[in-house]
Ligand binder design. Sequence first.
Ligand code: R5P
Length: 291
Amino acid sequence: MIILAFPDYLSQAQRLANRLNKPLIEVTLHNFPDGESFIRLPPSLPEHLIICLSLNQPNDKLIELLLCATTARELGAKRLTLVTPYLSYMRQDTANQPGEAISQRIIGKLLADLFDDVVTVDPHLHRISSLTQAIPIKNAVSLTAASEISGFLKQQFSHALLLGPDSESDQWVGAIAGNIGFDYAIAAKHRLGDQQVEMTLPDKDFSNKPVVIIDDVASTGRTLAKAAELLQAAGCKNIYALVTHALFCGDAYDHILKSGIKTIWSTDSIDHPSSCIRLDTLLANAIRAIS
Ligand code: R5P
């Protein structure tokens, strides 16, 4: 077995390789001026490859994965395991209006066709209960970073109130709060557009303890910023945020920090200055379990 790492996931893949005590090779990737991608793999490959990258900025990366997996098969690899701690395209799981592409199903099938195993962390599954419903292969493994996040929060705070910004976050926030015995509350969110959200806080006293807003992803950062704005108005003085996947598109990071949030933390599913919670042990255990 070897670990094959895409360049923007190299440091995390190296930690995973160290944890598994396996060699790592970096995929040679070049982006041509016209937007095409070039991939080169070592011509001699073992039977089992663990291919690692997160699918933030997914459109180019999906083509690169297609090139990589197809080439690996042509070079003789028999088993391809995709480790993609951030798995995109999971949110659109239904056609809200006739004619809409159900991207979860389409991208899920593409990955199922390319890989024998897919391992990811806290995918945004809303109306389905199992990742195999989206990626129809036996080893479609959905891990949760709840225990890593819980351990991190326990080191930072003796007590804090955890706030989920919308009903979908209940699954993550409830699990984390339960692990460490912290209180939690869930806000109600209504998204009006990419950059615009409305939110109502639950009826609770937010003025007397630190509040940590917890979500699976921060994309534009508008969800976290709106929650922080409402918490400040409710008298909260110590506001923090923690997300599993630090997408931080465009001005998101600045926008969040300007909103009154003191510090934002994330896992290393995506490399970012905030990503201090490491996932290599979680991923290594999952790979051992399916290998
Ligand atoms: C929504 O359903 C997700 O759980 C996040 O709350 C959302 O994607 C965050 O997006 P943004 O940072 O753009 O507000």
